[in-house]
Each structure stands twice: as C-alpha cells, then as structure tokens.
Ligand binder design. Structure first.
Ligand SMILES: O=C(O)CCCC[C@@H]1SC[C@@H]2NC(=O)N[C@@H]21
Length: 245
C-alpha cells in the first residue's frame, strides 16, 4: 500500500465487488486510515440496501478509518465527505457553479445527483464510500420514482476527470475537513455544509420508511438531523429520503 504525506494510505484496484465491502474485509490489516479505490465494481452498494451502478470511467472509493467514536458522532462523517466531494469537484472543473449538497449525503450538479455517500461500520472501523458519476450516468430505470435525476461531471461541464486524478483531489480535500471535525467539532462543518445546501428555506418532502413529512427546510441541527417547519411545528428528522417535488 502506498502512503501519502497526508498520512492516508491508498490502495488502487482494477475491479472489486464493492469498495465498501473490500474496505471492511481489509480493515483489520490496515495500519492507519486508507483509501480503497476501484475502477470497476460488480456489486456496488447504495443507501437503504439499494444497488449502486457504476458505468465504466466513474469513480468508486472507500475511506477506512478506525475510530472509537459513538455511532451518532461517526454519522457526521457524511457531511465531512460531502464537503470534500464538493471541493474536489470544484477543483477538478475549475468552478463551484451549479454544485450543491443535498441532505443527508448527496452531491448535486446543476440540480442532478452527481455523487452519493454510503457509511458503513464494523466494530471500531468506519467505512465512508463515495461514488461519483465522473463520465456517465446509470440507467434511468434504476432510479426510484421521484428521485433526483442522475448527472455526470462530463455531461454537465464537458470536463473529463480520470478516477486516479479524482482520488488525489478527493484525498487532498478530505483531510482538512476531517481535521476540522476532530479539532473543532461539528459546528464549523455544519455551517460550511449549510452554506452549500440545496433548497435551504424551501419546501421539501422527507420520506422515512413509515411517514412523509412536508415542510420548509429550516436547518440541520447539531446532531446532523434535518429540521423541517411543518404544519405541525418544527420536526427533527434523523434519517429520510428527500424529494424536491
Ligand atoms: O445511495 C447512495 O447515494 C450512496 C452510493 C454510494 C456508492 C459508493 S461507490 C463506492 C462505495 N462502494 C460501494 O459499494 N458503495 C459506495
């Protein structure tokens, strides 16, 4: 494994089932935090048990971190990862125009979903999986009804970014956000995330497994929960899928 000055290892694979699965398998052998990146995934995993399709040329990587933090603190890494993705993409295309963050952990470009994040854990290991549509979008049939359409960086900006180049940019962008979280806590990360949030102050729909909440997106609270102002009052939602309508 190559080590980089930021102290994060890098493992580059041609193909794997899922970089998250691979990171969990290798976690016990890793001496420190490490990025595991693959050019191809045969069984990419998305949120809520969904599959994550990865057309040729797109980006898949997982960061394996060891942490003794409680689950609610670990979950805040999705905001750190989203900010790192935002910065890495802005750096790669030379502009942050059209980039926005969608709660809880998607990155939008010109209103379409360009990247997703999946956190998984096992004991003291936290795996942060990031998938980015660098050059192509998955088949629209794979999308849930009402979900934000998928877009690619190439399709929206005309800029072709290679996966290894993107890993360098992402790793460089991730390290300072991780340091901010560990040093100063969630507040600066929360503020930075809110400054890049999609649909803040607008009406959105949040669907959990059992309920649908509709209201104005007020903020994200100190625990990372979505705060909606609804007809019933202020509601804090820890996990949901968001629809813009
Ligand atoms: O549903 C989502 O939006 C999250 C998608 C996360 C996909 C990435 S690709 C790299 C890593 N490996 C996986 O199997 N999933 C994540």
């Amino acid at each position: 494994m190559r080590m980089w000055p930021d102290g994060y290892g890098r493992i580059l694979l041609d193909g794997v089932d899922s970089t998250n699965a691979e990171a969990l398998r290798r976690a016990g052998d890793l001496a420190g935090p490490a990025w595991i990146c693959a050019h191809r995934q045969s069984a990419g995993r998305g949120r809520r048990g969904r599959a994550w399709a990865m057309p040729e040329g797109n980006f898949a990587a997982s960061l394996a971190l060891r942490t003794a933090e409680p689950p609610e603190r670990r979950a805040l890494r999705s905001f750190v990862a989203a900010l790192a993705l935002f910065d890495a993409v802005a750096e790669a295309v030379g502009s942050d125009r059209g980039l926005a963050l969608k709660w809880p952990n998607d990155v939008l470009l010109n209103g379409g979903k360009m990247a997703g994040i999946l956190l998984e854990g096992q004991g003291e290991v936290l795996v942060i999986g990031l998938g980015v549509n660098l050059v192509a979008v998955p088949d629209a049939a794979a999308l849930e009804t009402g979900a934000v359409a998928a877009v690619s960086i190439l399709g929206e900006t005309g800029v072709r970014v290679g996966a290894e180049d993107f890993l360098d940019r992402l790793a460089a962008a991730y390290a300072p956000w991780e340091t901010r979280l560990v040093t100063y806590g969630f507040e600066p990360v929360r503020q930075a995330w809110l400054a890049r949030a999609a649909r803040l102050g607008e009406r959105i729909v949040a669907r959990t497994a059992r309920e649908t909440h509709e209201g104005t997106f007020e903020t994200v609270d100190a625990s990372g929960a979505l705060v909606l102002k609804t007809a019933k009052g202020r509601e804090s939602i820890a996990a949901a899928d968001i629809f813009f309508g």
